[in-house]
Design a protein around this ligand. Structure first.
Ligand SMILES: [Zn+2]
Length: 274
């Protein structure tokens, strides 16, 4: 499932291809949205932004398209009008002069007047975006101490988009590991120095992942592992999907537990429960 860094990289590809460009045609293919077809022809793509895991495409006709990739959605950029051979369902196509932006498989797509977009229920609930430069670790530390968050387990809290926006399961596992925290611990169990360390990792790892194309492991180690094994997937994480393999820090076998409905990977030595 794409998380904040993956959505933002998709945003960058879309923006490079169609931001500022004139729309030749927008195809909204979900039945509930068909009445909007034709309303975008000839206007400009003013901006494309990602917020958490949502994409906001703003047009010069005063309308915006909100889309959320959820589990299966996937954006592709092609030469104008070219549709790839795929069994996926095309749900949204923005055809511009040189390129087309195509969204496959997503079902959460809506058209909103741009001036009302900040009232969108999903966007209203979102906490600060971990990839926004204005989000500071001091702000995250304050939120960890707020009454509504301080008693929640860290494993559940980190993927709650109202706490911070943009984290999914791989980032949750990697952040907890790098901060030395077990997922059942709560912010109120952590002394100040551990809260500070956790807040720093909550921002550092998604930002590294965004800039490195998905690597949360130590970058030098990941480069070495890729040279040796040649597998990006085997090199990119500290603990995620590494159950049974040795922790890079202490050698203990990584385990997987169920937490918040998803598999959480951790090192039982580096991340003690108490
Ligand atoms: Zn360890």
């Amino acid at each position: 499932m794409p998380e904040g860094p993956e959505i933002r990289r998709a945003r960058d590809r879309l923006a490079a291809a169609i931001e500022g460009r004139t729309v030749q045609r927008v195809d909204l293919l979900l039945p509930a949205l068909k009445s909007w077809n034709g309303k975008f022809d000839g206007c400009k793509v003013e901006s494309i932004r990602s917020r958490g895991k949502a994409m906001l495409t703003r047009f010069s006709n005063g309308l915006s398209i909100y889309s959320h990739n959820q589990l299966y959605g996937r954006w592709l950029v092609t030469d104008a009008g070219q549709l790839p051979h795929t069994r996926r369902q095309l749900r949204l196509a923005i055809h511009c002069e040189h390129h087309s932006a195509l969204l496959y498989s997503a079902s959460d797509i809506e058209v909103w007047p741009t001036e009302q977009l900040d009232q969108h229920p999903f966007l209203q609930k979102l906490g600060p975006d971990v990839l926004e430069p204005s989000t500071s670790s001091a702000l995250i530390r304050e939120r960890l101490r707020e009454k509504r968050f301080i008693g929640r387990s860290l494993g559940a809290l980190l993927t709650d988009q109202s706490f911070v926006a943009g984290l999914g399961n791989y980032l949750r596992c990697e952040i907890l590991h790098c901060a030395g925290q077990h997922p059942v611990r709560r912010p109120r169990d952590l002394p100040d120095d551990e809260l500070k360390q956790l807040a720093q990792q909550i921002l550092a790892l998604p930002r590294q992942s965004y800039h490195s194309g998905g690597v949360t492991n130590d970058l030098q180690r990941a480069a070495r592992l890729m040279d040796q094994a040649g597998s990006f997937e085997a090199a990119r994480f500290h603990v995620f999907r590494r159950a049974g393999l040795p922790c890079y820090r202490c050698g203990t076998a990584i385990v997987q537990i169920r937490q918040g409905g998803q598999g959480c990977y951790l090192c039982p030595t580096c991340q003690p429960q108490y």
